[in-house]
Design a protein around this ligand. Sequence first.
Ligand code: SF4
Ligand code: SF4
Length: 162
Amino acid sequence: MRPLSDYLRSFFLVELLRGMRLTGRHFINRSITLEFPEERAPKSPRFRGHLALRRYPNGEERCIACKLCEVVCPAQAITIESHQREDGTRRTTRYEVDMFKCIYCGFCEESCPVDSIVLTRLDTYHAEQSSERVIDKQKLLHMGDQYESQIAADRAVDAPYR
Ligand code: SF4
Ligand code: SF4
């Protein structure tokens, strides 16, 4: 048998009034939700989004094909082939990342001695075909060119901790 207090609570609609009080409190408070995609949550300079390859200001690719990123990648998502140029420097002929394998750990970025391979702040992208999962060197360089100012600013903020 229900105690008398339960009957009284039901009779005076106590739970309903409590619920309305909570609703009223949030109704006048500032909204904490965001209107995605127009509004975005702030991101850390260390955010690990879509990968990109960077160039120097003169347009030269930074990557020297040392293959450290390929070796360190725990998902084996990176494939590199390289050749030596006439001036004795080495550059990649193939640099591919399988975005389905990548786990966005950032090890490739940490291992790179010339800040070439980086993870950008780009967090929304998609592939419509399975074949599009592999991002080639040209796409990675294009991504780097597109976001270079943001990438450089983020690396500058992070530099004292590296
Ligand atoms: S972020 Fe991690 S998993 Fe992705 S390519 Fe770099 S090292 Fe590999
Ligand atoms: S991206 Fe960096 S770590 Fe990877 S091969 Fe090029 S220079 Fe080496």
